[in-house]
Design a protein around this ligand. Structure first.
Ligand code: CAA
Length: 308
């Protein structure tokens, strides 16, 4: 009972269902198992990987005389080092798997993530931060070559908001709340919060969010360009998976190039970005998938992309 709900990450294992109880599926013991996240393959073709941040607090209880461990979603998915390392490991696995076209990351109904784990970092010193390159492991999400969609319900605060912004697209549930409350802890955002909010929402809104710690709701987040769509809370993961499925119908190679082109807009001047885009556009003409895509259009049939 101790690991109720733990779903393991290896693809081979995810295909080997061995038991079902309380609508939770159990899989065979895999090469990689996770403590703080759940992973599964979803969508009609099982070509979208879903990572669920799942950092409950263990609660021991007596049940008919036997000691059992129940997991309750209490720590609000505070992003401890172990959780972020596991997200990195899962992304490494999914990036290697050619059958996966997109990755969705979600949390619980109450919290996508309430930020970096304050209790874990409370005793950190400047020297420790420098010597351990604190938060460097967080950047793995932003470096993913495959498209990553955040499906946010509940709180996305501090590092949780930063984590969502490292993803390529954010879908939000209608009760989602975004904020950068680090100022109230005597610190500032450390995983991109001051930079990505400014780029996504403009200086005034970013300043207000970072200087006051005030939260914004899903509607405001959509209006300001932080999230692309808002759905009823219970629909947001399904919609994110549908989006992942749609992206997965295209050439993975071209999806990667397209993602690089959009990301370049973040990191360079307009002129440099336009040059980068034009060269990437030209480069697609050296691929079989570009040839197939245009030929299929002319022949009025669906394209068959081969990732070449
Ligand atoms: N780190 C560690 N524990 C956290 C946490 C965090 N970021 N956020 C919540 N928790 C814990 C609480 O300590 C509490 O644990 P206990 O039951 O042991 O007391 C549990 O989760 C539930 O939290 P609350 O009782 O506070 O729940 P609430 O519903 O009353 O409030 C909340 C929810 C508004 C999200 C509130 O928990 C909160 O303000 N959390 C902190 C948010 C924050 O400041 N995030 C920024 C972190 S710093 C950062 O992220 C730096 C960076 O840039 C990388």
């Amino acid at each position: 009972m101790a690991n109720i709900g733990k779903i393991f990450a290896s693809r081979a294992c995810s295909l080997a269902k061995v038991a079902t109880a309380n609508n939770v599926r159990f899989y065979c013991a895999p090469a990689t198992s996770f403590e703080f996240i759940k992973t599964e393959l979803v969508g009609e073709k099982k070509n979208v990987a879903l990572i669920t941040l799942n950092r409950p607090k263990a609660l021991n209880a007596l049940c008919n005389g036997a000691l059992i461990t129940l997991n309750r979603p209490k720590a609000l998915n505070a992003l401890c080092n172990g959780l972020m390392n596991e997200v990195g490991q899962a992304l490494d696995q999914f990036e290697k798997d050619d059958t996966i076209g997109a990755i969705v990351i979600t949390g619980s109904e109450k919290a996508f993530a309430a930020g970096a784990d304050i209790k874990e970092m409370q005793g950190n010193t400047y020297a420790k931060c420098i010597n351990t390159n604190f938060l460097e492991n967080w950047t793995r999400v932003a470096k993913s070559q495959k498209p990553v969609i955040a499906a946010v319900n509940g709180y996305a605060l501090g590092g949780g908001c930063e984590f969502a912004m490292m993803c390529d697209i954010i879908y939000a549930g209608d009760k989602a709340k975004f904020g950068q409350p680090e100022i109230a802890l005597g610190t500032i955002p450390g995983a991109g919060g001051s930079q990505r909010t400014a780029r996504a929402m403009g200086k005034s809104k970013a300043m207000e969010m970072c200087l006051t710690g005030n939260m914004i709701n899903a509607e405001e987040a959509e209006r300001s360009g932080l999230v692309s769509k808002v759905f009823p809370a219970d629909k947001v993961v399904g919609e994110a998976v549908k989006l992942g499925e749609k992206i997965s119908t295209f050439s993975p190679l071209i999806v990667r190039l397209c993602k690089e082109a959009v990301n370049t807009a973040y990191e360079t001047t307009l002129n440099e970005g336009l040059k980068f885009e034009r060269r990437h556009f030209h480069a697609t003409f050296s691929t079989k998938d570009r040839q197939e895509g245009m030929t299929a259009f002319v022949e009025k049939r669906a394209p068959k992309f081969t990732n070449e």
